[in-house]
Design a binder for this molecule. Structure first.
Ligand code: G3P
Ligand code: MG
Length: 250
């Protein structure tokens, strides 16, 4: 397999497999355990979703509501970090801080931070700036993405050295204008939206096309053959093929 060296520590293979919310098919999504397991399975890319707590701490979880993925209820933005940390998101795992996941990934994986909650752009830009300026992680260790155009534009204005990507379930003309304006590194699309025309447009616009969510290695191989640059997967261990006994042990 061709390996393109991004920096010495952060490698991008010729097909990118991004552990979607960590190795979330087998382990609690967006938990430190799921991210650690993804890295153990050989993933060199992690994807996560961020929100702000009521006391403006950056926490990692997908939904605005706590109900689906934790034993709590209500909205993440209405509870303090201390309250959120008491919750169980499965297998006794707490909701992680963004900084904790970045610490885990340092030197091991590039992190796609999806700006999910309202108002997260500034806080994420501040945290990444501090890590880049202190030499802890290079700017190449991150990719910020969002469905929310305003958040992504705000982020890009504050930290232009970090790559950005629009997320668009069904990309349209506006998506490509948005990608152009931000000089986006990639565009993230739902697999149902993938057509030959879309692939050709991405190539012509010189944007990588990353597809979510692909859990089957045969489907991933087909997408790769069609010219897709990478996929988000809940089962990176299946696609990377480095599943071993330690992956299944806690
Ligand atoms: O960015 C790819 C993917 O994470 C977007 O969908 O809902 O899983 O955050 P979602
Ligand atoms: Mg996401």
């Amino acid at each position: 397999m061709v390996v393109v060296r991004h920096t010495e520590e952060y490698q991008v293979t010729d097909f990118i497999v991004i552990a979607h919310r960590g190795a979330s098919g087998r382990w609690p999504e967006n938990s430190l355990l799921a991210f650690r397991k993804a890295i153990e399975a050989g993933a060199d890319w992690l994807e996560l979703d961020v929100h702000l707590s009521a006391d403006r701490q950056l926490v990692v979880l997908h939904d605005e509501s706590l109900t689906r993925t934790s034993n709590g209820c209500g909205l993440v933005g209405e509870q303090s970090l201390a309250e959120l940390r008491r919750l169980d998101i499965g297998m006794g795992e707490p909701i992680p801080l963004l900084a904790e996941v970045l610490d885990l990934a340092t030197g091991k994986a590039t992190v796609n931070i999806e700006l999910k909650g309202k108002g997260v752009a500034t806080a994420v830009a501040e945290l990444l700036r501090e890590r880049i300026n202190s030499g802890r992680q290079p700017a190449e260790a991150f990719l910020a993405s969002s469905l929310n155009e305003k958040e992504l534009i705000r982020f890009a204005g504050q930290l232009p050295q970090v790559r950005v990507a629009p997320v668009a379930g069904q990309p349209g003309k506006h998506t490509w204008e948005w990608a152009e304006r931000l000089n986006a590194w990639s565009v993230h699309v739902a697999k149902a939206a993938v057509t030959e025309r879309l692939i050709a447009t991405a190539r012509q616009k010189k944007r990588k096309l990353l597809v979510y969510t692909v859990n089957d290695s045969a489907a991933a191989k087909q997408l790769k053959a069609r010219g897709i640059d990478g996929v988000f997967s809940d089962y990176p261990e299946r696609l990377i093929g480095q599943q071993n006994e330690s992956f299944h042990a806690r």
